[in-house]
Design a protein around this ligand. Structure first.
Ligand SMILES: O=C(O)c1ccccc1NCC(=O)[C@H](O)[C@H](O)COP(=O)(O)O
Length: 219
C-alpha cells in the first residue's frame, strides 16, 4: 500500500509548489471561515489546477450543508471531500452519493474510546483522518498543532485505512511513524511559521524528516 502524505491548509502557489515538489500525495484546502487557513472557493479552484496529475486535492469542510458543498465542488472539482465535523454515517453516505467523490471522515482522538465510533463509518467513509481533540477554547476543529497519544493506534484494526494527524512536525514525525505505523500522515501547523502561513523551508524539512524515518525503518 502506498504511503500518503497530505499537506493541509494551502493558500499560496509557493506553498503548494513546495508540497508537490516534496511528493505530497494529497493537498488540502480549508473551507472554514474561522480558520486562518480559510480559502475562497474560486482561489482554491485556481490553485488546485497545479496539483492535477500529481496529488489529490482535498476540500476540508465542517458540517457543511449541501449548498456550501455544491459551491465548493463546482468551483474546485476536488478529488476528495474531508468531513471534519460531526457528520453522521448517514450524512457521509449521502455526501458520497451526491457528489460521487471519496470521503475522508475525521475523528478527534484523546482516549481509546474516541476510536470506537469508527466502526459505525466503516464501509461508508472511504478513509479516516485521526486528529487530536482541539484544546479547550479553540474555535478550530482541526489545525491546532497538538498531538495525541500515538500509542492508542497500535490496537487499531489493520483494515482501517487512515491518515495520522495532529501536531506533526519534522521533529516528531520519526517517533510518530515508529509508534503508530500509519498508512498516511497529514500536517498543517507543523509546516507554518505563523498560524495560516505556510513556510516552504519547513515543508521541505518535513519531507526530509519523513524520508529519513522511512529509510531508518527499512534498514
Ligand atoms: O487547519 C484548519 O484550520 C482547520 C480548520 C477547520 C477544520 C479542519 C482544519 N484542518 C484540517 C486538517 O486536516 C489539519 O491538517 C489537521 O487538523 C492537522 O492540523 P495540525 O495539527 O495543525 O497539523
Amino acid at each position: 500500500m502506498p504511503f500518503d502524505i497530505k499537506i493541509c491548509g494551502l493558500k499560496t502557489d509557493e506553498a503548494l509548489a513546495a508540497a508537490l515538489a516534496g511528493g505530497a500525495s494529497h493537498v488540502g484546502f480549508i473551507f472554514f471561515v474561522k480558520s486562518p487557513r480559510n480559502i475562497k472557493t474560486a482561489e482554491a479552484g485556481r490553485l488546485r489546477k497545479a496539483a492535477i496529475g500529481k496529488a489529490k486535492a482535498v476540500a476540508v469542510t465542517v458540517d457543511a450543508d449541501d449548498a456550501t458543498l455544491d459551491a465548493i465542488v463546482e468551483a474546485m472539482s476536488p478529488d476528495m471531500l474531508q468531513l471534519h465535523g460531526n457528520e453522521t454515517p448517514e450524512r457521509v453516505a449521502y455526501v458520497k452519493t451526491r457528489y460521487g467523490l471519496p470521503v475522508m471522515k475525521v475523528f478527534s482522538v484523546r482516549d481509546a474510546d474516541d476510536l470506537e465510533p469508527i466502526a459505525l463509518y466503516r464501509g461508508v467513509a472511504d478513509r479516516f483522518l485521526l486528529d487530536a481533540k482541539p484544546p479547550a477554547g479553540s474555535e478550530l476543529p482541526g489545525g491546532n498543532g497538538v498531538p495525541f497519544d500515538w500509542r492508542l493506534l497500535a490496537g487499531l484494526d489493520a483494515g482501517v485505512d487512515y491518515m495520522l494527524s495532529g501536531g506533526l512536525n519534522a521533529a516528531n514525525i520519526g517517533e510518530a511513524l515508529l509508534l503508530a505505523n500509519p498508512p498516511g500522515i497529514d500536517v498543517s501547523s507543523g509546516v507554518e511559521s505563523a498560524p495560516g502561513v505556510k513556510d516552504t523551508a519547513l515543508i521541505e524539512s518535513f519531507f526530509r524528516a519523513v524520508r529519513a524515518a522511512q529509510a531508518r525503518s527499512a534498514a
